[in-house]
Design a protein around this ligand. Sequence first.
Ligand SMILES: *[C@@H]1O[C@H](CO)[C@@H](O)[C@H](O)[C@H]1NC(C)=O
Ligand SMILES: *[C@@H]1O[C@H](CO)[C@@H](O)[C@H](O)[C@H]1NC(C)=O
Ligand SMILES: *[C@@H]1O[C@H](CO)[C@@H](O)[C@H](O)[C@H]1NC(C)=O
Ligand SMILES: *[C@@H]1O[C@H](CO)[C@@H](O)[C@H](O)[C@H]1NC(C)=O
Ligand SMILES: *[C@@H]1O[C@H](CO)[C@@H](O)[C@H](O)[C@H]1NC(C)=O
Ligand SMILES: *[C@@H]1O[C@H](CO)[C@@H](O)[C@H](O)[C@H]1NC(C)=O
Ligand SMILES: *[C@@H]1O[C@H](CO)[C@@H](O)[C@H](O)[C@H]1NC(C)=O
Length: 678
Amino acid sequence: MTRYVRLLVIAGACVYASAQSAQLPLGPSTFTAPGTFPTSLYKAYYNNPTATSAQPQPVILDPVSHKIYPFSLTNPERIPQSNTQDPHILPPPASDALLLQNAISQITALAANPVFANSTCALCQATLEVAKFLALAAPTQGPAFAVALCTQFKLSSTCAATYGPTALGAVLTQVFANADVGGYDGQMICQNFLGGACAMPPTSQLDLTGWFAKPKPNPLPPPKKPSGERLKVLHLSDFHIDPRYATGAEANCTSGLCCRANNFNTLSPNTTLSAAPRFGAFKCDTPLSLAAAALEAIPVLAGTEKTGFALTVYTGDLVAHDSEPQLSRDYILYTETLVYDLFKRTLGSGPVYAALGNHDSYNQAQDATHSLGGQLAQQFSWNYDHVAALWQYEDWIPESAANLARAHYAGYAVERKDGLRIITLNTDFANWFNYVNLSHPDTSGMLRFLTDELQAAEDAGDRAWIVGHVLSGWDGTNGLENPTDLFYQIVDRFSPHVIANIFFGHTHEDQLSIFYANNGTSIAADTALATAWMGPSITPLTNLNSGFRVYEVDSATFDIVDAHTWRSDVSSYPALDAQTQFGPTYVYEYSTRAAYGADIPWGANDSLNATWWHHVTEQMEANSALVTTFHGFQGKQSVRTQPCTGDCIEAKICYMRSGSSTLSIQNCPRGFGSVQGG
Ligand SMILES: *[C@@H]1O[C@H](CO)[C@@H](O)[C@H](O)[C@H]1NC(C)=O
Ligand SMILES: *[C@@H]1O[C@H](CO)[C@@H](O)[C@H](O)[C@H]1NC(C)=O
Ligand SMILES: *[C@@H]1O[C@H](CO)[C@@H](O)[C@H](O)[C@H]1NC(C)=O
Ligand SMILES: *[C@@H]1O[C@H](CO)[C@@H](O)[C@H](O)[C@H]1NC(C)=O
Ligand SMILES: *[C@@H]1O[C@H](CO)[C@@H](O)[C@H](O)[C@H]1NC(C)=O
Ligand SMILES: *[C@@H]1O[C@H](CO)[C@@H](O)[C@H](O)[C@H]1NC(C)=O
Ligand SMILES: *[C@@H]1O[C@H](CO)[C@@H](O)[C@H](O)[C@H]1NC(C)=O
């Protein structure tokens, strides 16, 4: 256990909710971290951890590989510009017969398309046909073709660096070789990656027979009786720790990740406009100083210094937003080791159940499906094996769950002794590999795994929480239509009797989705079934404050009875650099029940379930000020959040009622999902 110096503790224990509830005591409403780094966190450092001119560089020993990560990996002054050390796997050469077959299918596809002359979509798909042929015939040429494609379609200003052979070129070659580029896969690639050359194809028809599930029980088993005893559960998300954060570098850079020695403002390349503060900035990821401050604040504010949390959910993304050429396997492994170890030593005894984020991977945001077969099926196993071993090493999950994680892209299920099952998923299939076989909603098998685990929970009479990273709904810009449509049907099938709550992250913003019966065909209080909570991020990127949340959870139903959110004002960080007495302050932001529930007739011990949240959206329809409140919380009250007015009000309510991308895209106004524009 680490010793902390508490410098400033303002106010006594707070009472936030009505007196008759069994509400748990929290700590003080405000905590100011010490102004110097808690050097006792690590045994050894590569630099002087008390110097304020640079971020501390701890010496990290990986308990899985027994490797010590070298300083060169995170040296902020020497960021690599190309990864020549890790393998970039290419598919095996195709047989002559397959090349012939593919050549024929190319000319068939082109000849069969009468609008080719006028259609950018047809042109795009024809181009992909050529890419596929090349990827199959001469895979080593695939990356060069990907760079040419990027240049021709003006996809990026860094085509060679991003799609070349030491970056994403090999991944694209694999996707071209395996995707149905003349069909649905090709239309979606052209829609989402090649400048919208094709219109969005409709969501595919789902076949809900077969493995999907037994019919939903009718009537449902009676709801579990609340115990009245409450557990404290921490929800953390999107740390995005930046081990290459350069204090004093340009915090107002014009491209890439700011607060980096290699990123400037083009208007003022030689003079820093805004020097990166020690504790972070709006266009930067989390420096170690901010991570330490947040982890010092959490147990004090939550009142868990002595008890720890019953459990913690971590909804993904540990790694900084480095550009592709700066990444490597070691950089991912280092960050996983660093952050999980910090959680272990600062959060107390309860287990942390973590989902993998899209950034927690190399290549970035890539996870290949097992259906690719051969060595391609296992190309990311090094990462799943590593996190599974770390989670087991930290004593958060048993060996059986670690083995599930190795076999299911880091997703696993845990049967806790208290009757709660935690099912974590890799929901990062919004990646290039997802475009192979995309008309099938579950090529990876991740949702089949979820269904089987939910069926087991139903059979055992247990309740379950689902923990993932990329959200399934909201404004429809994150998850792909087909998989999120299937996810929505699975949630309907197992709610509310099995699924008690769903947790996601990814957007860095405080958001919420409600799932309804019958694919959302009737949106009403009595059809609302389940809720997904998107947890606020620790990273300020982009234009956000830093935040975290604690739920009060009934120990028998595992329903949420209240949610408490804290935030830290990032605009106050530059002023902290003038002294070393005080670090960042985290303040109590709001109680979900108190913020939205004033006019909802609800018992003091009734849970904040989907029915309650639907009532909240009805209150929002009647009173747009409540949407304004929600919008403020969404960015954690950042000074950079622009107001939500006009169509934004209606859009926000619609997003809250859209648990799948398909429903959001079909029902809601576009363009109001994020508050990060300002
Ligand atoms: C292409 O567009 C032109 C002018 O809009 C039209 O006359 C022609 O018929 C179109 N060709 C095809 C194949 O659709
Ligand atoms: C809420 O639950 C607590 C603990 O079981 C109980 O003491 C209290 O009376 C309940 N309040 C209401 C309004 O039911
Ligand atoms: C920045 O410095 C370089 C090299 O000293 C110089 O050539 C360039 O003109 C400077 N740019 C500006 C905008 O001052
Ligand atoms: C940040 O840079 C932009 C130009 O890239 C400039 O317009 C703006 O004023 C700068 N802000 C600060 C705080 O330096
Ligand atoms: C496509 O998906 C189906 C159903 O999930 C699966 O059986 C098949 O193997 C997949 N094909 C490829 C090439 O991934
Ligand atoms: C759910 O509704 C959407 C929007 O109408 C539709 O596209 C999708 O096919 C539906 N899914 C199922 C399984 O019926
Ligand atoms: C939510 O809680 C209320 C009050 O306990 C209950 O009537 C309702 O059925 C619950 N809704 C769901 C979806 O569980």
